[in-house]
Design a protein around this ligand. Structure first.
Ligand SMILES: N[C@@H]1[C@@H](O)[C@H](O)[C@@H](COP(=O)(O)O)O[C@@H]1O
Length: 241
């Protein structure tokens, strides 16, 4: 595992964005795995800026997002589809049809999960961006005695709903379920970039990266992957020395 600790969040954003740009420069039809939450926002901002400065096109790039809430439409400002358009897709030249998120409004969620997995089998992700939940979740794979390999519907933990309530007007509005890529699909990516910020995540960072490998801390499974790049701000990395 390659671990970088940054004094400054802007430096972290630049490092991550440049990694994605280098990936696309090397491989113009790269497949990128993308994430939501507050952690990647600065990275997407920098990616937009650097891609314009360096004249990098996303016209042949394909993207797959990790997860989506069940029940929200694409136009709902709290949906991850809206988030991705707002923070990234509408600012770069990627064709809309090359961007994929699980469909949380599908009439047949099971069939939709299978279709998402089929696409992920056909197109291996070159680099998967990940944030980290306070309980060690990645995507919306919550701690559990067993984890699903493929895309599936998940019941969100109350603590996860509470943590994400800041994006909604009240806790009641936070969906109780989500569709998430499974840990099997995440671990199939050629490279994984885990990004974590903030003192409140220092303990879970240490547990995920140096603790036992267990489904009770889904991010600990990343220890089994041969190419993980971890980007931490000083606070998130303070227990790593
Ligand atoms: N499903 C998302 C995760 O993909 C994300 O990594 C995590 C951390 O979010 P944040 O970056 O806002 O702390 O929360 C959400 O639950």
């Amino acid at each position: 595992m390659e671990i970088h600790i940054f004094d400054d969040n802007a430096q972290l954003d630049t490092f991550a964005a440049q990694y994605f740009i280098d990936t696309v420069t090397r491989k113009p039809d790269a497949v990128l795995g993308l994430a939501t939450g507050s952690t990647p926002i600065g990275i997407y901002g920098k990616l937009i800026k650097l891609s314009k400065e360096q004249n990098v096109s996303f016209r042949d790039v394909t993207t797959f997002n990790l997860d989506e809430y069940v029940g929200l439409t694409k136009d709902d400002e709290q949906s991850y589809a809206y988030y991705m358009n707002h923070h990234l897709f509408s600012h770069i030249d990627i064709p809309q049809q090359m961007t994929h998120l699980p469909n949380g409004r599908s009439a047949d969620l099971e069939a939709d999960c299978k279709a998402y997995d089929r696409m992920l089998e056909e197109q291996r992700i070159d680099v998967q961006l990940l944030g980290l939940g306070h309980n060690g979740h990645i995507g919306f794979n919550e701690p559990a005695p067993e984890l699903s390999g493929g895309t599936h519907v998940v019941n969100l933990e109350e603590a996860t709903r509470e943590a994400n309530a800041r994006f909604f007007s009240s806790l009641d509005e936070v969906p109780k379920q989500a569709v998430t890529m499974g840990v099997g699909s995440i671990l199939k990516a050629r490279a994984i970039m885990l990004v974590v910020r903030g003192a409140d995540k220092a303990a879970i960072v240490k547990r995920a990266l140096t603790g036992p490998i267990t489904t009770e801390c889904p991010a600990s499974l990343l220890q089994t992957h041969p190419r993980v790049i971890v980007l931490l701000d000083r606070e998130a990395g303070r227990m790593m020395n």
